[in-house]
Design a protein around this ligand. Structure first.
Ligand code: BEZ
Ligand code: FE
Length: 317
């Protein structure tokens, strides 16, 4: 390649005229082996799945460019490897530190947006998605409508949450839709982070009535810091960032014939509503709890309808 050929985007020429991506410098000499990245990509065998071939080739190219552009040293590289190893070692069915690190860097929110982008002619939109996060547990207890997911924590403010699950396209109610609900305790900890909370506290599954309606009791959620005792905390510290998530309730909605919806609703009054440490807040998911009258079981209430997209209905862009 001649020194005057236009550079690909993102390639930063060095002061000495060499190009950090390994292409020729102005004196015709490559700073790094210019063939190395292609030789790694070309090592992929003919039987590799086409999607794997494409995605891994792209990943290799971005990672190699990243290392060249930033002149990553062996000690920086090993520090990164060590961080990934420790995140993996800390992860199990109760904790996902690797996902937490990716959340801090906004990657889960971006992939969630890419996966769920829908194009619709309707003035309205289906309920927006939001990240799953590392604290969901499968097989949460099943409750009857109207029951409470609060097994411990006598102190936190109680909330009555109700609404309908609807078909986004037709507006028809969806019967027997499952709402899998979970949120943190008033001490800012999920049950699986906190040995003092009863097993499966503040988690539950509910099924809608024939008219698509649901209702249950929970705590009015509180803001909390994401865990700081692992590589995720180190990352926040290195980046001089705060760890707080605005108060929210998590939901996974599933119903036969509909795309599952993973989402969260966020309390507007929270001071971190515009500054979520994992970038998950979307305007349509911000809600206003109201004072609840005449119910000794709850001091506040929230009405929220979920709109699900049927399989084959909305067009993925
Ligand atoms: C959560 O809301 O549970 C969560 C999401 C992403 C990172 C950490 C926590
Ligand atoms: Fe959460």
């Amino acid at each position: 390649m001649s020194g005057n050929v236009q550079q690909p985007m993102g390639v930063v020429p060095q002061e000495n005229g060499f190009h950090v991506d390994g292409s020729e410098g102005t004196n015709g000499t490559a700073r790094f082996d210019p063939n190395f990245t292609d030789s790694v990509i070309d090592a992929t065998g003919s039987k590799a799945n086409p999607r794997v071939r494409k995605v891994v080739a792209s990943l290799v190219r971005y990672m190699h460019d990243f290392c060249r552009e930033n002149e990553i040293t062996m000690s920086e590289f090993m520090a990164g490897v060590d961080m990934m190893n420790r995140a993996g070692q800390m992860s199990d069915d109760k904790r996902n530190e690797t996902l937490l690190c990716l959340d801090i860097l906004g990657v889960e929110t971006l992939v969630d947006e890419i996966t769920h982008k829908v194009v619709s002619e309707a003035p309205d939109l289906p309920t927006a998605t939001a990240v799953l996060g590392p604290f969901w547990r499968k097989d949460a207890p099943i409750f009857k409508l109207g029951e409470s997911i609060v097994k411990g924590f006598e102190d936190g403010e109680r909330a009555f949450v109700y609404g309908k699950v609807l078909d986004f396209d037709t507006g028809e109610p969806i019967a027997n839709a499952e709402l899998d609900v979970w949120h943190a305790g008033s001490n800012g900890l999920y049950e699986n982070q906190d040995p003092d909370q009863p097993e499966m506290n503040l988690r539950g599954r509910f099924y809608t009535n024939a008219d698509g309606s649901y209702h249950f009791y929970c705590l009015r959620p509180t803001q909390y810091p994401i865990p700081l005792d692992g590589p995720g905390g180190e990352l926040l510290n290195l980046l001089d960032r705060h760890p707080y998530r605005p108060a929210h309730i998590h939901f996974i909605l599933s119903a036969e014939g509909y795309k599952p919806l993973v989402t969260q609703i966020f309390d507007r009054r929270d001071e971190y509503i515009d500054n979520d440490s994992v970038f998950a807040v979307k305007d349509s998911l911000v809600v206003d709890f109201k004072p609840r009258q005449g119910d000794e079981k709850a001091q506040s209430e929230l009405e929220y309808d979920f709109k699900l997209v049927g399989y084959g209905k909305a067009v993925k862009s």
